[in-house]
Design a protein around this ligand. Structure first.
Ligand code: ZN
Length: 606
Protein backbone atom coordinates (compact mmCIF):
# COMPACT_ATOMS: atom_id res chain seq x y z
CA UNK A 1 0.00 0.00 0.00
CA UNK A 2 1.33 3.46 -0.84
CA UNK A 3 1.76 5.80 2.06
CA UNK A 4 -1.31 7.89 2.79
CA UNK A 5 0.60 10.62 4.60
CA UNK A 6 0.06 14.11 3.25
CA UNK A 7 3.21 15.50 1.63
CA UNK A 8 4.86 18.38 3.46
CA UNK A 9 3.57 21.74 2.22
CA UNK A 10 5.58 23.63 -0.36
CA UNK A 11 6.22 27.05 1.14
CA UNK A 12 6.27 30.18 -0.98
CA UNK A 13 7.24 33.70 -0.04
CA UNK A 14 6.82 36.70 -2.35
CA UNK A 15 7.97 40.24 -1.61
CA UNK A 16 8.15 43.34 -3.81
CA UNK A 17 11.84 44.02 -3.15
CA UNK A 18 12.15 46.93 -5.58
CA UNK A 19 8.85 48.31 -6.94
CA UNK A 20 10.58 51.01 -8.99
CA UNK A 21 12.73 48.36 -10.71
CA UNK A 22 9.62 46.12 -11.06
CA UNK A 23 11.28 43.29 -9.15
CA UNK A 24 9.67 40.66 -6.96
CA UNK A 25 11.75 38.27 -4.91
CA UNK A 26 10.03 34.90 -4.85
CA UNK A 27 11.25 31.94 -2.83
CA UNK A 28 10.08 28.36 -2.65
CA UNK A 29 11.03 26.05 0.19
CA UNK A 30 10.97 22.24 -0.11
CA UNK A 31 11.35 20.55 3.29
CA UNK A 32 12.40 17.13 1.95
CA UNK A 33 13.89 17.61 -1.54
CA UNK A 34 14.46 14.75 -3.98
CA UNK A 35 17.75 13.20 -2.81
CA UNK A 36 18.78 12.73 -6.44
CA UNK A 37 18.51 16.50 -7.03
CA UNK A 38 15.27 18.45 -6.89
CA UNK A 39 13.85 19.72 -10.19
CA UNK A 40 11.67 22.82 -10.50
CA UNK A 41 9.52 23.93 -13.43
CA UNK A 42 7.54 26.99 -14.43
CA UNK A 43 4.43 26.99 -16.65
CA UNK A 44 4.95 28.06 -20.26
CA UNK A 45 1.36 29.34 -20.55
CA UNK A 46 -1.53 30.38 -18.34
CA UNK A 47 -4.94 28.71 -18.62
CA UNK A 48 -7.42 30.92 -20.46
CA UNK A 49 -4.81 32.48 -22.75
CA UNK A 50 -3.68 30.00 -25.35
CA UNK A 51 -0.18 31.13 -26.26
CA UNK A 52 3.21 29.84 -25.14
CA UNK A 53 4.36 32.84 -23.13
CA UNK A 54 7.58 31.46 -21.65
CA UNK A 55 7.18 33.20 -18.29
CA UNK A 56 10.71 32.02 -17.39
CA UNK A 57 12.14 34.76 -19.58
CA UNK A 58 11.30 37.24 -16.82
CA UNK A 59 13.36 35.35 -14.23
CA UNK A 60 16.37 37.60 -13.71
CA UNK A 61 18.27 35.35 -11.28
CA UNK A 62 17.78 32.03 -9.49
CA UNK A 63 19.86 30.72 -6.58
CA UNK A 64 19.47 27.88 -4.06
CA UNK A 65 20.50 27.33 -0.48
CA UNK A 66 20.19 24.61 2.17
CA UNK A 67 21.37 24.29 5.75
CA UNK A 68 24.84 23.49 4.47
CA UNK A 69 24.98 26.75 2.55
CA UNK A 70 24.73 27.71 -1.11
CA UNK A 71 23.60 24.86 -3.42
CA UNK A 72 24.34 24.67 -7.14
CA UNK A 73 21.22 25.11 -9.25
CA UNK A 74 21.44 24.52 -13.01
CA UNK A 75 19.05 25.25 -15.86
CA UNK A 76 18.16 22.12 -17.82
CA UNK A 77 15.61 23.66 -20.17
CA UNK A 78 14.12 27.11 -20.77
CA UNK A 79 11.78 26.65 -17.80
CA UNK A 80 13.32 23.75 -15.84
CA UNK A 81 15.97 23.99 -13.11
CA UNK A 82 17.73 21.28 -11.05
CA UNK A 83 19.23 21.85 -7.64
CA UNK A 84 22.22 19.67 -6.68
CA UNK A 85 21.46 16.85 -4.16
CA UNK A 86 21.24 18.21 -0.62
CA UNK A 87 19.56 17.69 2.73
CA UNK A 88 16.50 19.86 3.24
CA UNK A 89 15.04 22.22 3.66
CA UNK A 90 16.01 23.49 0.22
CA UNK A 91 15.20 27.12 -0.57
CA UNK A 92 15.24 28.46 -4.14
CA UNK A 93 15.16 32.22 -4.45
CA UNK A 94 14.36 33.99 -7.72
CA UNK A 95 14.18 37.62 -8.73
CA UNK A 96 11.35 38.11 -11.20
CA UNK A 97 10.86 41.15 -13.41
CA UNK A 98 7.19 42.17 -13.38
CA UNK A 99 6.14 44.95 -15.72
CA UNK A 100 3.36 43.58 -17.94
CA UNK A 101 0.22 45.69 -17.62
CA UNK A 102 -2.07 42.82 -18.63
CA UNK A 103 -4.14 40.24 -16.80
CA UNK A 104 -1.81 37.36 -17.79
CA UNK A 105 1.52 37.76 -16.01
CA UNK A 106 2.75 40.13 -13.31
CA UNK A 107 3.14 43.86 -12.70
CA UNK A 108 4.91 45.93 -10.08
CA UNK A 109 5.64 49.62 -9.72
CA UNK A 110 5.22 52.31 -7.10
CA UNK A 111 1.43 52.31 -7.51
CA UNK A 112 0.47 48.65 -7.40
CA UNK A 113 1.60 45.03 -7.56
CA UNK A 114 -0.21 42.19 -9.32
CA UNK A 115 0.73 38.63 -10.11
CA UNK A 116 -0.55 35.39 -11.52
CA UNK A 117 1.13 32.45 -9.77
CA UNK A 118 1.90 30.80 -13.12
CA UNK A 119 4.39 33.55 -13.90
CA UNK A 120 6.18 33.74 -10.54
CA UNK A 121 5.91 30.47 -8.56
CA UNK A 122 8.33 27.65 -9.41
CA UNK A 123 6.80 24.20 -8.92
CA UNK A 124 8.98 21.48 -7.35
CA UNK A 125 8.71 18.59 -9.82
CA UNK A 126 6.77 15.66 -8.37
CA UNK A 127 5.07 17.84 -5.77
CA UNK A 128 2.30 19.22 -7.94
CA UNK A 129 -0.30 17.75 -5.55
CA UNK A 130 1.38 18.90 -2.34
CA UNK A 131 -0.43 21.59 -0.35
CA UNK A 132 1.08 25.07 -0.56
CA UNK A 133 1.45 28.01 1.76
CA UNK A 134 2.29 31.45 0.43
CA UNK A 135 3.46 34.38 2.48
CA UNK A 136 2.53 37.55 0.61
CA UNK A 137 4.83 40.14 2.16
CA UNK A 138 4.30 43.90 2.23
CA UNK A 139 6.63 46.26 0.41
CA UNK A 140 8.62 48.65 2.58
CA UNK A 141 7.00 51.34 4.68
CA UNK A 142 6.83 53.82 1.79
CA UNK A 143 3.85 51.79 0.56
CA UNK A 144 2.16 51.46 3.96
CA UNK A 145 -1.37 51.95 2.60
CA UNK A 146 -1.26 48.94 0.28
CA UNK A 147 -3.81 46.14 0.75
CA UNK A 148 -4.26 42.66 -0.78
CA UNK A 149 -7.19 41.42 -2.87
CA UNK A 150 -7.20 37.72 -3.73
CA UNK A 151 -9.40 34.63 -3.39
CA UNK A 152 -6.49 32.51 -2.18
CA UNK A 153 -7.78 31.07 1.10
CA UNK A 154 -6.21 32.79 4.10
CA UNK A 155 -4.01 30.86 6.55
CA UNK A 156 -3.59 33.67 9.02
CA UNK A 157 -3.91 36.86 6.95
CA UNK A 158 -6.81 39.12 7.99
CA UNK A 159 -9.14 40.18 5.13
CA UNK A 160 -7.46 42.39 2.48
CA UNK A 161 -4.13 42.07 4.32
CA UNK A 162 -0.59 40.88 3.73
CA UNK A 163 0.20 37.60 5.45
CA UNK A 164 0.00 33.88 4.85
CA UNK A 165 -2.40 32.22 2.42
CA UNK A 166 -2.77 28.59 1.36
CA UNK A 167 -3.71 26.36 -1.57
CA UNK A 168 -4.58 22.65 -1.77
CA UNK A 169 -2.05 22.10 -4.58
CA UNK A 170 -0.05 23.88 -7.27
CA UNK A 171 -3.03 24.00 -9.68
CA UNK A 172 -5.06 25.92 -7.11
CA UNK A 173 -2.10 28.10 -6.12
CA UNK A 174 -1.78 29.52 -9.63
CA UNK A 175 -5.53 30.03 -10.19
CA UNK A 176 -5.97 32.90 -7.73
CA UNK A 177 -4.28 36.08 -9.00
CA UNK A 178 -3.23 38.59 -6.35
CA UNK A 179 -3.76 42.35 -6.53
CA UNK A 180 -1.91 44.63 -4.09
CA UNK A 181 -2.14 48.40 -3.84
CA UNK A 182 -4.69 51.06 -2.97
CA UNK A 183 -7.92 49.85 -4.53
CA UNK A 184 -11.51 50.68 -3.64
CA UNK A 185 -13.93 47.88 -2.78
CA UNK A 186 -17.58 46.89 -2.69
CA UNK A 187 -19.32 43.69 -1.60
CA UNK A 188 -22.57 42.00 -2.57
CA UNK A 189 -24.21 38.63 -2.09
CA UNK A 190 -25.42 36.32 -4.86
CA UNK A 191 -26.51 32.70 -4.48
CA UNK A 192 -25.48 32.84 -0.83
CA UNK A 193 -21.86 33.58 -1.79
CA UNK A 194 -19.95 36.73 -0.96
CA UNK A 195 -18.83 38.65 -4.05
CA UNK A 196 -16.21 41.40 -3.82
CA UNK A 197 -15.19 44.06 -6.31
CA UNK A 198 -11.73 45.66 -6.02
CA UNK A 199 -11.13 48.57 -8.39
CA UNK A 200 -7.64 49.93 -9.01
CA UNK A 201 -7.07 53.15 -10.94
CA UNK A 202 -10.58 54.66 -10.72
CA UNK A 203 -11.17 55.98 -7.17
CA UNK A 204 -14.30 57.90 -8.25
CA UNK A 205 -16.14 55.03 -9.95
CA UNK A 206 -19.65 54.32 -8.66
CA UNK A 207 -19.00 51.01 -6.89
CA UNK A 208 -22.45 50.66 -5.28
CA UNK A 209 -23.92 50.92 -8.79
CA UNK A 210 -21.49 48.27 -10.11
CA UNK A 211 -22.38 46.01 -7.17
CA UNK A 212 -26.10 46.45 -7.87
CA UNK A 213 -25.79 45.61 -11.58
CA UNK A 214 -23.34 42.74 -11.09
CA UNK A 215 -25.68 41.26 -8.49
CA UNK A 216 -28.37 40.81 -11.16
CA UNK A 217 -25.93 39.28 -13.66
CA UNK A 218 -24.40 36.90 -11.12
CA UNK A 219 -27.76 35.79 -9.70
CA UNK A 220 -29.05 35.08 -13.21
CA UNK A 221 -26.00 32.98 -14.10
CA UNK A 222 -26.04 31.05 -10.81
CA UNK A 223 -29.70 30.26 -11.39
CA UNK A 224 -29.04 29.23 -15.00
CA UNK A 225 -26.54 26.55 -13.98
CA UNK A 226 -28.34 25.60 -10.78
CA UNK A 227 -31.58 25.09 -12.69
CA UNK A 228 -33.53 26.50 -9.76
CA UNK A 229 -33.49 29.50 -7.42
CA UNK A 230 -31.25 29.28 -4.35
CA UNK A 231 -28.85 26.68 -5.78
CA UNK A 232 -25.41 27.78 -4.55
CA UNK A 233 -22.61 28.59 -7.04
CA UNK A 234 -19.55 26.31 -7.13
CA UNK A 235 -17.46 28.72 -5.01
CA UNK A 236 -17.81 30.22 -1.51
CA UNK A 237 -16.52 33.60 -2.53
CA UNK A 238 -15.87 35.43 -5.81
CA UNK A 239 -13.72 38.46 -6.60
CA UNK A 240 -13.82 40.90 -9.52
CA UNK A 241 -10.33 42.44 -9.71
CA UNK A 242 -10.73 45.52 -11.90
CA UNK A 243 -7.78 47.52 -13.25
CA UNK A 244 -8.91 50.77 -14.92
CA UNK A 245 -6.53 52.38 -17.41
CA UNK A 246 -6.72 55.09 -20.08
CA UNK A 247 -7.01 52.57 -22.85
CA UNK A 248 -7.17 48.78 -22.70
CA UNK A 249 -9.61 45.91 -22.58
CA UNK A 250 -9.28 42.31 -21.50
CA UNK A 251 -10.08 39.75 -18.89
CA UNK A 252 -8.89 36.40 -17.62
CA UNK A 253 -11.08 33.85 -15.91
CA UNK A 254 -10.25 31.94 -12.74
CA UNK A 255 -12.15 29.47 -10.54
CA UNK A 256 -13.23 32.05 -7.97
CA UNK A 257 -12.16 35.37 -9.44
CA UNK A 258 -11.44 37.27 -12.59
CA UNK A 259 -8.90 39.93 -13.48
CA UNK A 260 -10.40 42.62 -15.70
CA UNK A 261 -8.60 45.40 -17.53
CA UNK A 262 -10.88 48.16 -18.79
CA UNK A 263 -10.96 51.78 -19.83
CA UNK A 264 -11.63 54.19 -16.97
CA UNK A 265 -14.56 55.57 -19.02
CA UNK A 266 -16.22 52.15 -18.94
CA UNK A 267 -16.84 52.39 -15.20
CA UNK A 268 -20.00 54.21 -14.08
CA UNK A 269 -19.78 57.66 -12.52
CA UNK A 270 -21.96 58.60 -9.55
CA UNK A 271 -25.20 60.27 -10.62
CA UNK A 272 -25.28 58.79 -14.14
CA UNK A 273 -28.38 56.61 -14.33
CA UNK A 274 -28.22 55.22 -17.86
CA UNK A 275 -26.12 52.26 -18.95
CA UNK A 276 -23.81 53.92 -21.47
CA UNK A 277 -22.28 51.91 -24.32
CA UNK A 278 -18.95 52.13 -22.47
CA UNK A 279 -20.41 50.75 -19.23
CA UNK A 280 -22.19 48.05 -21.22
CA UNK A 281 -18.77 46.98 -22.56
CA UNK A 282 -17.60 46.59 -18.96
CA UNK A 283 -20.70 44.68 -17.84
CA UNK A 284 -20.36 42.38 -20.88
CA UNK A 285 -16.73 41.67 -20.00
CA UNK A 286 -17.51 40.99 -16.33
CA UNK A 287 -20.45 38.77 -17.35
CA UNK A 288 -18.18 36.88 -19.78
CA UNK A 289 -15.50 36.07 -17.23
CA UNK A 290 -18.07 35.15 -14.57
CA UNK A 291 -19.73 32.67 -16.95
CA UNK A 292 -16.29 31.05 -17.36
CA UNK A 293 -16.39 30.09 -13.65
CA UNK A 294 -18.60 27.29 -15.00
CA UNK A 295 -17.79 27.11 -18.71
CA UNK A 296 -14.05 26.32 -19.04
CA UNK A 297 -12.93 26.52 -15.41
CA UNK A 298 -15.10 23.54 -14.39
CA UNK A 299 -16.76 22.32 -17.60
CA UNK A 300 -13.50 21.92 -19.54
CA UNK A 301 -12.22 20.11 -22.62
CA UNK A 302 -10.64 16.72 -21.96
CA UNK A 303 -7.39 18.25 -23.20
CA UNK A 304 -7.38 20.61 -20.17
CA UNK A 305 -8.16 17.93 -17.57
CA UNK A 306 -5.52 18.22 -16.28
CA UNK A 307 -3.69 21.12 -17.92
CA UNK A 308 -0.30 20.41 -19.43
CA UNK A 309 1.35 23.75 -18.74
CA UNK A 310 4.66 22.83 -20.36
CA UNK A 311 3.28 22.55 -23.89
CA UNK A 312 0.36 23.51 -26.11
CA UNK A 313 -2.88 21.69 -25.20
CA UNK A 314 -4.87 21.15 -28.36
CA UNK A 315 -8.65 21.15 -28.59
CA UNK A 316 -11.12 21.94 -31.38
CA UNK A 317 -13.65 23.12 -28.77
CA UNK A 318 -12.61 26.69 -27.96
CA UNK A 319 -15.50 27.85 -30.16
CA UNK A 320 -17.76 26.36 -27.47
CA UNK A 321 -15.81 27.45 -24.39
CA UNK A 322 -15.26 30.99 -25.70
CA UNK A 323 -18.08 31.27 -28.25
CA UNK A 324 -20.89 29.99 -26.01
CA UNK A 325 -19.48 32.18 -23.22
CA UNK A 326 -19.48 35.17 -25.61
CA UNK A 327 -23.10 34.41 -26.53
CA UNK A 328 -24.21 34.29 -22.90
CA UNK A 329 -22.20 37.31 -21.73
CA UNK A 330 -24.58 39.77 -23.44
CA UNK A 331 -27.61 37.47 -23.35
CA UNK A 332 -27.34 37.48 -19.53
CA UNK A 333 -27.72 41.28 -19.58
CA UNK A 334 -31.07 41.15 -21.37
CA UNK A 335 -32.31 38.04 -19.57
CA UNK A 336 -31.61 39.59 -16.14
CA UNK A 337 -33.43 42.75 -17.22
CA UNK A 338 -30.50 45.21 -17.33
CA UNK A 339 -30.98 46.04 -21.03
CA UNK A 340 -33.89 45.86 -23.47
CA UNK A 341 -34.18 43.25 -26.23
CA UNK A 342 -33.63 46.06 -28.78
CA UNK A 343 -30.35 47.02 -27.11
CA UNK A 344 -29.28 43.38 -27.00
CA UNK A 345 -30.04 42.90 -30.69
CA UNK A 346 -27.90 45.94 -31.46
CA UNK A 347 -24.92 44.09 -29.98
CA UNK A 348 -25.72 40.91 -31.87
CA UNK A 349 -25.76 43.04 -35.04
CA UNK A 350 -22.25 44.21 -34.23
CA UNK A 351 -21.01 40.64 -33.85
CA UNK A 352 -22.62 39.61 -37.15
CA UNK A 353 -20.89 42.61 -38.75
CA UNK A 354 -17.50 41.67 -37.31
CA UNK A 355 -17.82 38.15 -38.71
CA UNK A 356 -19.15 39.20 -42.14
CA UNK A 357 -16.29 41.65 -42.65
CA UNK A 358 -13.67 38.91 -42.44
CA UNK A 359 -13.20 36.96 -45.67
CA UNK A 360 -11.06 34.59 -43.57
CA UNK A 361 -14.29 33.06 -42.26
CA UNK A 362 -14.48 31.29 -45.63
CA UNK A 363 -10.95 29.89 -45.23
CA UNK A 364 -10.99 28.56 -41.64
CA UNK A 365 -13.65 26.84 -39.54
CA UNK A 366 -14.16 27.66 -35.85
CA UNK A 367 -12.93 24.13 -35.03
CA UNK A 368 -9.68 24.83 -36.90
CA UNK A 369 -9.44 28.29 -35.37
CA UNK A 370 -9.74 26.66 -31.91
CA UNK A 371 -7.02 24.11 -32.64
CA UNK A 372 -4.62 26.70 -34.06
CA UNK A 373 -5.26 29.37 -31.39
CA UNK A 374 -1.67 28.84 -30.22
CA UNK A 375 -0.10 29.89 -33.51
CA UNK A 376 -2.83 31.98 -35.13
CA UNK A 377 -5.52 33.58 -32.95
CA UNK A 378 -3.01 34.86 -30.40
CA UNK A 379 -0.58 35.89 -33.12
CA UNK A 380 -2.72 37.94 -35.44
CA UNK A 381 -1.10 39.77 -38.32
CA UNK A 382 -2.07 41.64 -41.47
CA UNK A 383 -3.30 38.44 -43.15
CA UNK A 384 -5.51 37.16 -40.30
CA UNK A 385 -8.54 38.89 -41.80
CA UNK A 386 -8.06 36.85 -45.01
CA UNK A 387 -7.04 33.54 -43.46
CA UNK A 388 -8.73 33.23 -40.08
CA UNK A 389 -11.98 33.45 -38.17
CA UNK A 390 -12.46 34.31 -34.50
CA UNK A 391 -13.75 31.41 -32.40
CA UNK A 392 -15.15 34.11 -30.09
CA UNK A 393 -17.18 36.07 -32.66
CA UNK A 394 -18.24 33.30 -35.02
CA UNK A 395 -18.40 30.91 -32.06
CA UNK A 396 -21.00 33.15 -30.42
CA UNK A 397 -23.05 33.17 -33.63
CA UNK A 398 -22.84 29.36 -33.78
CA UNK A 399 -24.06 29.30 -30.16
CA UNK A 400 -26.93 31.64 -31.04
CA UNK A 401 -27.83 29.51 -34.07
CA UNK A 402 -27.67 26.34 -31.95
CA UNK A 403 -29.92 27.90 -29.30
CA UNK A 404 -32.49 29.01 -31.88
CA UNK A 405 -32.29 25.64 -33.67
CA UNK A 406 -32.95 23.74 -30.44
CA UNK A 407 -35.76 26.12 -29.43
CA UNK A 408 -37.54 25.97 -32.80
CA UNK A 409 -37.26 22.21 -33.17
CA UNK A 410 -38.73 20.92 -30.00
CA UNK A 411 -38.41 23.15 -27.02
CA UNK A 412 -34.97 22.31 -25.67
CA UNK A 413 -32.62 25.27 -25.27
CA UNK A 414 -28.94 26.04 -24.99
CA UNK A 415 -29.65 26.58 -21.27
CA UNK A 416 -30.52 22.86 -21.08
CA UNK A 417 -27.27 22.03 -22.88
CA UNK A 418 -25.25 24.09 -20.39
CA UNK A 419 -27.00 22.42 -17.43
CA UNK A 420 -26.35 18.97 -18.93
CA UNK A 421 -22.67 19.87 -19.39
CA UNK A 422 -22.55 21.06 -15.80
CA UNK A 423 -24.18 17.93 -14.38
CA UNK A 424 -22.21 15.43 -16.48
CA UNK A 425 -18.84 17.16 -16.74
CA UNK A 426 -18.43 20.32 -14.67
CA UNK A 427 -19.76 19.18 -11.32
CA UNK A 428 -18.07 15.73 -11.33
CA UNK A 429 -14.86 17.14 -12.88
CA UNK A 430 -14.90 15.00 -16.02
CA UNK A 431 -13.40 16.57 -19.16
CA UNK A 432 -15.64 17.06 -22.20
CA UNK A 433 -14.55 14.78 -25.09
CA UNK A 434 -14.06 16.42 -28.47
CA UNK A 435 -17.49 15.21 -29.69
CA UNK A 436 -19.20 15.67 -26.30
CA UNK A 437 -21.12 18.86 -27.03
CA UNK A 438 -22.48 17.58 -30.35
CA UNK A 439 -23.66 14.38 -28.62
CA UNK A 440 -25.53 16.23 -25.87
CA UNK A 441 -27.03 18.68 -28.38
CA UNK A 442 -28.25 15.79 -30.52
CA UNK A 443 -29.73 14.09 -27.47
CA UNK A 444 -31.57 17.27 -26.44
CA UNK A 445 -32.81 17.94 -29.97
CA UNK A 446 -34.11 14.37 -30.27
CA UNK A 447 -32.58 14.04 -33.71
CA UNK A 448 -29.14 14.10 -35.33
CA UNK A 449 -27.49 17.54 -35.40
CA UNK A 450 -24.48 16.24 -37.34
CA UNK A 451 -25.37 18.39 -40.32
CA UNK A 452 -25.37 21.56 -38.18
CA UNK A 453 -21.93 20.77 -36.73
CA UNK A 454 -20.49 19.69 -40.10
CA UNK A 455 -21.55 22.94 -41.75
CA UNK A 456 -20.98 25.60 -39.10
CA UNK A 457 -18.44 24.18 -36.64
CA UNK A 458 -16.21 21.96 -38.74
CA UNK A 459 -17.15 23.68 -42.02
CA UNK A 460 -16.92 27.27 -43.17
CA UNK A 461 -20.56 28.01 -43.97
CA UNK A 462 -22.12 31.18 -42.56
CA UNK A 463 -24.73 30.36 -39.93
CA UNK A 464 -28.23 30.94 -41.40
CA UNK A 465 -29.13 33.63 -38.88
CA UNK A 466 -31.61 35.61 -41.00
CA UNK A 467 -33.79 32.51 -41.40
CA UNK A 468 -33.47 31.37 -37.79
CA UNK A 469 -34.15 34.85 -36.35
CA UNK A 470 -37.25 35.28 -38.54
CA UNK A 471 -38.89 32.43 -36.61
CA UNK A 472 -38.38 34.46 -33.44
CA UNK A 473 -39.83 37.72 -34.77
CA UNK A 474 -36.45 39.33 -35.42
CA UNK A 475 -35.47 40.70 -38.85
CA UNK A 476 -31.83 40.87 -39.91
CA UNK A 477 -30.93 43.72 -42.27
CA UNK A 478 -27.69 44.25 -44.20
CA UNK A 479 -26.35 47.56 -45.48
CA UNK A 480 -23.07 49.20 -46.51
CA UNK A 481 -20.92 50.73 -43.75
CA UNK A 482 -21.08 54.51 -43.23
CA UNK A 483 -17.38 54.83 -42.47
CA UNK A 484 -14.42 53.27 -40.69
CA UNK A 485 -15.98 53.71 -37.24
CA UNK A 486 -19.27 52.01 -38.19
CA UNK A 487 -19.35 48.74 -36.22
CA UNK A 488 -22.89 47.86 -37.26
CA UNK A 489 -25.87 47.12 -35.05
CA UNK A 490 -27.83 50.21 -36.08
CA UNK A 491 -29.66 51.44 -39.17
CA UNK A 492 -27.55 53.76 -41.34
CA UNK A 493 -27.32 57.28 -39.99
CA UNK A 494 -26.33 59.58 -42.87
CA UNK A 495 -24.83 58.79 -46.24
CA UNK A 496 -23.25 55.44 -46.83
CA UNK A 497 -20.24 55.39 -49.15
CA UNK A 498 -21.12 53.77 -52.45
CA UNK A 499 -17.66 52.40 -53.20
CA UNK A 500 -14.92 50.52 -51.38
CA UNK A 501 -11.15 50.37 -51.55
CA UNK A 502 -11.12 46.83 -50.11
CA UNK A 503 -8.63 47.67 -47.38
CA UNK A 504 -8.44 48.97 -43.85
CA UNK A 505 -6.53 52.19 -43.68
CA UNK A 506 -5.06 53.98 -40.65
CA UNK A 507 -5.41 57.74 -40.09
CA UNK A 508 -1.87 58.21 -41.49
CA UNK A 509 -3.13 56.49 -44.70
CA UNK A 510 -1.06 53.35 -44.12
CA UNK A 511 -2.93 50.24 -45.25
CA UNK A 512 -3.22 47.91 -42.25
CA UNK A 513 -5.18 45.10 -43.93
CA UNK A 514 -5.82 44.41 -47.62
CA UNK A 515 -8.79 42.17 -48.34
CA UNK A 516 -7.97 39.35 -50.71
CA UNK A 517 -9.62 39.88 -54.11
CA UNK A 518 -10.67 43.46 -53.27
CA UNK A 519 -9.85 46.59 -55.32
CA UNK A 520 -6.61 47.47 -53.47
CA UNK A 521 -5.39 43.87 -53.54
CA UNK A 522 -6.21 43.39 -57.23
CA UNK A 523 -4.26 46.54 -58.09
CA UNK A 524 -1.20 45.26 -56.23
CA UNK A 525 -1.41 47.36 -53.06
CA UNK A 526 -0.24 45.54 -49.90
CA UNK A 527 -0.59 45.92 -46.17
CA UNK A 528 2.11 48.34 -45.02
CA UNK A 529 1.89 50.58 -48.11
CA UNK A 530 1.30 54.25 -47.28
CA UNK A 531 -0.92 56.19 -49.67
CA UNK A 532 0.49 59.65 -50.38
CA UNK A 533 -1.47 60.85 -53.44
CA UNK A 534 -4.50 59.97 -55.55
CA UNK A 535 -4.66 60.98 -59.23
CA UNK A 536 -1.56 63.12 -58.75
CA UNK A 537 -2.94 65.15 -55.84
CA UNK A 538 -1.99 64.87 -52.18
CA UNK A 539 -4.08 62.24 -50.39
CA UNK A 540 -6.01 62.76 -47.15
CA UNK A 541 -8.64 60.83 -45.26
CA UNK A 542 -11.28 63.36 -46.34
CA UNK A 543 -10.32 63.12 -50.02
CA UNK A 544 -10.42 59.33 -49.96
CA UNK A 545 -13.83 59.43 -48.20
CA UNK A 546 -15.22 61.80 -50.81
CA UNK A 547 -13.95 59.59 -53.66
CA UNK A 548 -15.70 56.61 -52.06
CA UNK A 549 -18.96 58.60 -52.00
CA UNK A 550 -18.44 59.02 -55.76
CA UNK A 551 -20.55 57.98 -58.74
CA UNK A 552 -22.15 54.57 -58.74
CA UNK A 553 -20.13 53.33 -61.70
CA UNK A 554 -16.75 52.09 -60.56
CA UNK A 555 -14.01 54.39 -61.67
CA UNK A 556 -10.29 53.86 -61.99
CA UNK A 557 -7.92 55.98 -59.89
CA UNK A 558 -4.12 56.25 -59.80
CA UNK A 559 -3.09 55.62 -56.20
CA UNK A 560 0.46 56.68 -55.34
CA UNK A 561 1.93 54.90 -52.34
CA UNK A 562 5.23 54.25 -50.63
CA UNK A 563 6.22 50.63 -50.17
CA UNK A 564 9.17 50.77 -47.83
CA UNK A 565 10.96 53.84 -49.27
CA UNK A 566 9.94 53.28 -52.90
CA UNK A 567 7.21 55.37 -54.51
CA UNK A 568 4.88 53.32 -56.68
CA UNK A 569 1.65 53.91 -58.56
CA UNK A 570 -1.29 51.51 -58.63
CA UNK A 571 -4.32 51.74 -60.89
CA UNK A 572 -7.26 50.96 -58.58
CA UNK A 573 -10.81 50.25 -59.68
CA UNK A 574 -13.13 50.71 -56.72
CA UNK A 575 -15.86 48.12 -56.14
CA UNK A 576 -19.38 48.77 -54.99
CA UNK A 577 -19.39 48.88 -51.18
CA UNK A 578 -20.24 45.46 -49.69
CA UNK A 579 -23.45 44.94 -47.74
CA UNK A 580 -21.50 43.69 -44.73
CA UNK A 581 -23.01 45.72 -41.93
CA UNK A 582 -25.83 44.09 -40.01
CA UNK A 583 -28.59 45.38 -37.76
CA UNK A 584 -31.51 43.53 -36.22
CA UNK A 585 -35.03 44.77 -35.52
CA UNK A 586 -38.00 43.36 -33.65
CA UNK A 587 -40.80 42.42 -36.01
CA UNK A 588 -43.73 44.48 -34.69
CA UNK A 589 -46.22 42.36 -36.64
CA UNK A 590 -45.06 39.04 -35.24
CA UNK A 591 -47.90 36.63 -34.43
CA UNK A 592 -48.67 35.92 -30.78
CA UNK A 593 -47.01 32.50 -31.09
CA UNK A 594 -43.81 34.00 -32.55
CA UNK A 595 -43.76 36.79 -29.96
CA UNK A 596 -44.12 34.19 -27.18
CA UNK A 597 -41.18 32.25 -28.60
CA UNK A 598 -39.13 35.47 -28.71
CA UNK A 599 -40.04 36.33 -25.12
CA UNK A 600 -39.04 32.84 -23.99
CA UNK A 601 -35.65 33.42 -25.61
CA UNK A 602 -34.94 37.04 -24.61
CA UNK A 603 -37.00 37.20 -21.44
CA UNK A 604 -40.39 38.79 -21.02
CA UNK A 605 -40.06 42.56 -21.54
CA UNK A 606 -40.41 44.40 -18.21
ZN1 ZN B 1 -13.39 34.09 -22.51
Amino acid sequence: MPSQTTPAPTQYHIVPIDPHAHLYEVSVTVVDPDPAGQHFWLPAWIPGSYLIREFARHFVSVRAEAESGEITITKEAKDVWRAAPCFGPLVVVAQVYAYDLSVRTAYLDGTRGYFNGASVFLCPTGREQAPCTVDIAAPDRAFGDWRVATTLPSLDAPPYSFGRYRAANYDELIDHPVETGTFTTATFMAGGARHDIAVTGAPHADLPRMAQDLTRICRWQIELFGGAPDTPPPFDRYLFQVMAVGDGHGGLEHRASTSLLCKRDELPRPGVEEITDDYLEFLGLASHEYFHAWNVKRIKPEAFAPYNLAHESYTRQLWAFEGITSYYDDLALVRCGLITPQRYLQWVGRTVTTVLRGPGRLAQSVAESSFDAWIKFYRQDENTVNAGVSYYAKGSLVALALDLTLRSQGGATLDDLMRALWIRHGHPGVGVPEDGIEKIATELAGHDLGDFFTRYVFGIEDVPLARLLADFGVTMHLRAPTGPKDRGGKAANGDTPKLTLGARIAPDLKLTHVFRGGPAGRAGLSAGDTVVAIDGLKASGERLASLLQGPDSAKSHAVHAFRRDELRTFQVEFDMAPQDTAYLTLDENASAAVAARRDAWLGTPK
